[in-house]
Write a protein that binds this ligand. Structure first.
Ligand code: SAM
Length: 637
C-alpha cells in the first residue's frame, strides 16, 4: 500500500482477485457477491427501492436522484443506468447518481471487474472513457448525452455528505460489511443521510445488522427486514414516511422562462446545458452573433495555473480543467484540438515556483508532470530553452466557432442585436429593457455579459469587477517554427491552424482603447521571444508589428482573479430572487466555463450540484461586494 500520498492524489484500492471476484485487501471483503454480483445489485438495490416502477412513472423533464455509499467497481451504478434506459423515461429526464469512494479502483481494475458483465458493456465503456484520475474531490461525469449524470466524490463519506448538495430519492447503502468497514456505518455517517433525504426517500442495504437498523430508524427511516440475496438470509429496506416534515431544502421551483444576457463562452455553454435539460432559453446579446466579443478569438488555450498550495482555488482550477477536458472531448467536435500544453518554467521565479509545486503536490501523470527542456522540446517539436509542466490532455479551441455551434439547438431562442441595459423586477419576473426594443420578460435571468456585467447588475452598490484590455496577435505560419503543442508562460502561443498562430494577450489595466495598436503587437512579440525564442524562424525584430493582424477584447476579472457563478446576493448575503451572475472568467473562461455552466444549470433546475459547498462558496457573488458602500438596495424594487 502506498502511504506517502500528497494532495491532490488519493489512495487507490488494493485489489486481489479471489475466484475471479475483486476483493479489497485493505478491508478483507468482496466488492460484490461471489454468487452473482449483478443479480445481487438488482435484488438488493434496484428491486427494494422499486426503481423500475418509479422510473417509468416519472413526469417529463424531471430528474431522479440515487445516492450510494461506496462506488467501488461501479456495478450498482451501471445496473441502475441499465434499468433507467429500459424504463424509457422522457428524453429530457435525467438520472443523477451521487456516490462516494474513499479508495477508487484503478482504471484497469475497474475494466477487469466490469468485463464480467457483457450485457453492461456499452455502459461500462462510457464510464471507463470518462472515469476520473485518482484525485480528491467531486467529479461530475455527463453520460448518455446528459440523460445520466454521475457525481463521484473521491474522499471520505462524511466529507462527501457534508460537502455535496443534493436530495436523494433512493439510497444504496453499500459499504463493506459493518464489522470490516465500521466508519461507513457509524452514527455520524448514517445521521448525515437524513439531511439529504425527504418524505418518500427509500433505502436498501445488503446488511441486516441490528445496530445499522437502529441507527437508520433513529435517523427517521421506517425500517423492515426482508430476504437477502444468495447466502444472505436477510437484508434491510427503509423509507422516510410521507407524513414526515422535510428536513432538507426542497429548493426553488424550476423556472418556466429563462433569459441569459451574453452569448460568449459562458452564456452559450449555459444556454446549451439548460436546453439539453429541457428548458426553453432566450439568449440575448447586443452583437448579431454568438462568440464575437472576448470569446471571439480564433484560438484559445485550455489552461489554468495551479497554485503551490492545494487550496480551494487549486481545487476549483483542477476540477474545472478535468471537467472541461471531458466536456470538449465529448462535445467540442472539430473546434477542440487536444494537442497537449506546456506551462513553461520561463523565469527563475517560475522555475522555483514549479519546483516547490512539484515537491508539495502529487498530481497523477495523466493530469500533469514536470518535464525538462529536452523533453519539452521533443514534445513541442521545436527547441525550447526551459522545461515546465506538461498537461497531456489540454489543448486549444476555436472559441467563437464553439459558441456558434453550441447555440444551435431548437430550445435556444436567439435575441441578438438586443442591447440590454436595465433589469427591473415586476410581479415576480424580471423585465430586461434594451434600447428602443420591447422588453424581454423572464422568471429567471443570468447575467454573463463579460465586462459589461457591472452595468446590468440591479443593485446600487459597487462590485469588485474590473475590465482589462487584451490584444492578441495573429502570426503567419511561415514566420514560425510552429510548435506542436500549446506553450504558456507570461502569455501563450497556440499551434498554427489554417496558416495562423495566435499569441498574446496583453494585460492592459489602464488602456481602454478598443482599437488595435502596433505597441501591443510589439509587447506580444517581446513576450513570446522571451518565453520561447525558438518559435521564431528569424530574429523577432524583423517582424513589422504594423503589418500584424489581431483582435482587442475586454476581459472581466474579479479582485481575486477567481470566477463568479451563483445567485446574486447583496452585501449582507440576501439573495435577489431570480438573478444569477456568471462572470469574472478573466482569461480562463474556456477552462472554468463548462463546469460553472453545469453548476448553474444544476441550481436552476434544482438538481444535485456538481460543486462541493467549499467551491460553491469560492465562486459566490457575495465576496465581490465593495465593503465601504452603504447597504445595497435593489434598483426599481
Ligand atoms: N457499490 C460498489 C460496486 O457497485 O461495486 C461496491 C462497494 S464496496 C462493497 C464498498 C466501497 O466502500 C469500497 O469501494 C470502499 O473503498 C468504500 N469505502 C469504505 N470506507 C469508506 C469511507 N469511509 N468513505 C468512502 N468510501 C468508503
Amino acid at each position: 500500500m502506498k502511504t506517502d500520498i500528497r494532495p491532490p492524489s488519493i489512495e487507490t484500492a488494493d485489489i486481489e482477485w479471489r475466484d475471479g471476484v475483486p476483493c479489497s485487501t485493505r478491508f478483507d471483503d468482496v466488492y460484490f457477491s461471489r454468487d452473482d454480483g449483478l443479480k445481487e445489485a438488482r435484488h438488493v438495490f434496484i428491486r427494494h427501492n422499486r426503481l423500475a416502477e418509479r422510473f417509468s412513472g416519472l413526469p417529463g423533464r424531471s430528474s431522479f436522484v440515487i445516492a450510494e455509499t461506496g462506488f467501488g467497481t461501479g456495478l450498482n451504478f451501471l445496473a441502475a443506468w441499465q434499468i433507467w434506459e429500459a424504463s424509457n423515461p422522457d428524453e429530457n429526464a435525467c438520472l443523477h447518481f451521487v456516490s462516494v469512494e474513499r479508495y477508487p479502483l484503478g482504471r484497469d481494475d475497474l475494466r477487469r471487474a466490469l468485463s464480467m458483465w457483457p450485457e453492461l458493456g456499452d455502459y461500462a465503456d462510457q464510464l471507463l472513457e470518462h472515469y476520473p484520475p485518482p484525485v480528491q474531490g467531486a467529479h461530475r461525469l455527463i453520460l448518455a448525452d446528459g440523460r445520466i449524470r454521475l457525481t463521484l466524490f473521491f474522499g471520505d463519506v462524511l466529507e462527501a455528505w457534508r460537502e455535496l448538495d443534493f436530495q436523494a430519492d433512493a439510497w444504496f447503502l453499500d459499504g463493506f460489511a459493518p464489522a470490516k468497514n465500521p466508519d461507513m456505518w457509524e452514527e455520524a455517517a448514517i445521521n448525515a443521510l437524513k439531511g439529504h433525504s425527504r418524505p418518500g426517500t427509500t433505502l436498501a442495504t445488503f446488511t441486516a445488522v441490528g445496530d445499522v437498523r437502529r441507527l437508520l430508524s433513529e435517523a427517521g427511516f421506517s425500517m423492515r427486514k426482508t430476504p437477502g440475496f444468495g447466502r444472505k438470509l436477510e437484508m434491510l429496506t427503509g423509507e422516510i414516511p410521507l407524513s414526515t416534515e422535510a428536513d432538507g431544502n426542497a429548493g426553488e421551483p424550476v423556472p418556466h422562462s429563462i433569459a441569459i444576457i451574453g452569448a460568449g463562452v459562458g452564456g452559450s455553454l449555459l444556454a446549451r446545458n439548460l436546453a439539453e435539460r429541457g428548458l426553453e432559453v432566450t439568449l440575448i446579446d447586443k452583437a448579431p452573433e454568438a462568440g464575437t466579443a472576448a470569446s471571439g478569438n480564433i484560438q484559445g488555450a485550455l489552461y489554468v495555473k495551479l497554485g503551490v498550495e492545494f487550496n480551494d482555488q487549486a481545487r476549483l482550477g483542477l476540477s474545472s480543467l478535468l471537467f472541461s477536458q471531458r466536456y470538449y472531448t465529448r462535445s467540442g467536435g472539430d473546434d477542440w484540438h487536444p494537442t497537449g500544453l506546456i506551462q513553461l518554467a520561463y523565469s527563475d521565479v517560475e522555475a522555483n515556483r514549479q519546483a516547490r509545486f512539484t515537491v508539495r503536490n502529487d498530481y497523477p501523470s495523466v493530469v500533469l508532470r514536470a518535464v525538462d527542456a529536452d523533453e519539452a522540446s521533443r514534445l513541442a517539436g521545436i527547441p525550447l530553452k526551459t522545461g515546465g509542466l506538461w498537461f497531456p490532455h489540454s489543448g486549444w479551441l476555436a472559441p467563437g466557432m464553439l459558441c456558434r455551434s453550441l447555440i444551435r439547438h431548437p430550445r435556444i431562442h436567439r435575441c441578438f442585436g438586443f442591447d440590454a441595459h436595465r433589469l427591473t423586477p415586476c410581479n415576480g419576473k424580471w423585465h430586461i429593457a434594451g434600447n428602443g426594443e420591447q422588453d424581454v420578460i423572464a422568471d429567471r435571468v443570468v447575467i454573463c455579459a463579460g465586462h459589461l456585467t457591472p452595468g446590468l447588475i440591479p443593485l446600487a452598490n459597487n462590485f469588485r469587477l474590473r475590465t482589462i484590455r487584451g490584444q492578441v496577435s495573429h502570426l503567419p505560419e511561415p514566420s514560425l517554427n510552429n510548435p506542436d503543442v500549446v506553450l504558456c508562460g507570461p502569455g501563450y502561443i497556440n499551434p498554427a491552424h489554417k496558416g495562423t498562430a495566435l499569441t498574446g494577450a496583453t494585460f492592459d489595466l489602464h488602456n481602454h482603447s478598443p482599437g488595435m495598436s502596433a505597441e501591443s503587437h510589439r509587447e506580444n512579440l517581446t513576450m513570446l521571444a522571451s518565453m520561447a525564442p525558438g518559435v521564431f524562424k528569424s530574429p523577432v525584430e524583423e517582424i513589422d508589428p504594423d503589418l500584424l493582424e489581431g483582435k482587442v477584447a475586454f476581459r472581466c476579472t474579479t479582485h481575486d482573479y477567481q470566477p463568479v457563478a451563483g445567485p446574486l446576493t447583496d452585501r449582507e448575503g440576501r439573495k435577489l430572487e431570480g438573478i444569477d451572475l456568471f462572470t469574472g472568467l478573466g482569461s480562463k473562461g474556456l477552462t472554468y466555463a463548462p463546469l460553472l455552466a453545469e453548476y448553474l444549470a444544476d441550481r436552476i433546475t434544482n438538481q444535485p450540484q456538481c460543486l462541493p459547498a467549499s467551491l460553491a462558496r469560492r465562486v459566490a457573488t457575495r465576496r465581490c461586494h465593495r465593503q465601504e458602500t452603504s447597504p445595497s438596495e435593489p434598483i426599481g424594487a
